[in-house]
Design a protein around this ligand. Structure first.
Ligand code: GLA
Length: 378
């Protein structure tokens, strides 16, 4: 069985391209992932989402790529993706049909896993549309989990049941390495805000080897593409990325990276933010109460493997807001003689916490994220 120790990172076709996918597009994305340095920063999976197959299985009951979209078949695409040093992902569904109405893997789990393995697939996103109403999700996902674990190839199992049927209670038993803990994302600030808040009750389930997936990133979409809608500002995208990274979500890019802006690239490749996301301990984030913190100001701490803490203060309001938190909440009361040396992930600025209190003024929809070292009070 595929064991993945830190949140998976990559690119997925759905957010921008929906059903408009083909061989040429995927190969171009592979080139761009390398040229822009995204692969070097850790974005290694290139995932083809829904709408890649024909509407019918072939005479042997196998899934068949749409010859208009993928005339060389999927093996050739996988080979190209691999030749660039990337890993190749595909998509299916636990139901009779995928969400867009293509054949799902229900009652074909083992033959499909074998087909994917034969093509050189390294990652399978597995959706939950049109599933049997009488067979519980845990059985449907266990079937595919077992099929993948026995197909002769390491294939990362990415479950996508949106938290339905209390997914968090059973998903780790199915062999999944990540599970969608939210509904679908759209490229609006409201969507980002709602997903972040919706996620709060699931943090205790996140951890090493099976990650809470908050859905693909909309960073850099600016309202264009399949889930485009209104679009967001760079400040909002930076806060969105910071939240997903801080909260331990897989980081799957969803914009058209062939034409992304410099601001988008800088957000997606911030090394300190990625380092917090990929911290080897993968501790769950802990919500802090803060001091007089109103609605829609989220404050989190995360215990990191080297003894540092990550601390994030997120202003989800569309107006300025102050946020403060006492170090008592992270286990450093004044009586310990210790305080924190902060390093701002986005500005690189260093500062030392005085009087046991972190206090920041945040612009609308902005955030402050720190890597914090425990030091003596001088
Ligand atoms: C569901 C999933 C999305 C995407 C679409 C494809 O809505 O949650 O992420 O895969 O299906 O149809």
């Amino acid at each position: 069985m595929m064991v993945k120790l830190t949140p998976p990172m990559g690119w997925n076709s759905w957010n921008t391209f929906g059903g408009q996918i083909n061989d040429k597009l995927i190969c171009e994305m592979a080139d761009v992932m390398v040229q822009t340095g995204l692969l070097r920063k850790g974005y290694e999976y290139l995932v083809v989402d829904d709408c890649w197959s024909l509407k019918e299985r072939d005479g042997d009951g196998r899934l068949t790529p749409d010859p208009e979209k993928f005339p060389r078949g999927m093996k050739a695409v996988a080979d190209y993706v691999h030749s660039k040093g990337l890993k190749f992902g595909m998509y299916s569904c636990a139901g009779n049909l995928t969400c867009a109405g293509y054949p799902g893997s229900f009652e074909h789990e083992f033959i499909d896993a074998e087909t994917f393995a034969g093509w050189g697939v390294d990652f399978l996103k597995y959706d939950y549309c049109y599933h049997s109403p009488i067979i519980h999700g845990k059985y449907l996902y266990s079937r595919m989990g077992l099929a993948l674990a026995n197909c002769g190839r390491d294939i990362l199992f990415s479950a996508c049941s949106w938290g339905a049927d209390e997914t968090q209670e059973w998903i780790k038993g199915t062999g999944a390495s990540m599970w969608r803990s939210t509904g679908d994302i759209f490229d609006t600030w409201d969507s980002i805000k709602n997903l972040a808040k919706q996620q709060e009750r699931f943090h205790p389930y996140n951890g090493l080897g099976c990650f809470n997936d908050m859905d693909m990133l909309v960073v850099g979409m600016y309202g264009k593409g399949n889930v485009g809608l209104k679009g967001c500002t760079d400040v909002q995208y930076r806060t969105h990325f910071s939240l997903w990274a801080f909260l331990g979500s897989p980081l799957m890019i969803g914009c058209d990276i062939r034409s992304m802006s410099q601001a988008t690239l800088e957000i997606l490749t911030n090394e300190e933010m990625i380092r917090i996301n990929q911290d080897p301990a993968c501790r769950q984030p802990v919500k802090l109460t803060g001091i007089w913190t109103g609605d829609d100001i989220l404050i989190y701490a995360k215990f990191l493997a080297d003894g540092d803490l990550a601390i994030g203060l997120f202003n989800l309001r569309e107006e300025k807001a102050g946020a403060s938190v006492n170090l008592d909440e992270v286990g450093l009361p004044f009586s310990t003689g210790k305080t924190l040396e902060l390093s701002n992930v986005w500005t690189g600025e260093k500062s030392r916490v005085k009087n046991s209190t972190i206090r920041v003024e945040l612009e609308p929809c902005d955030c402050a994220v720190y890597r914090a070292k425990v030091v003596d009070i001088r």
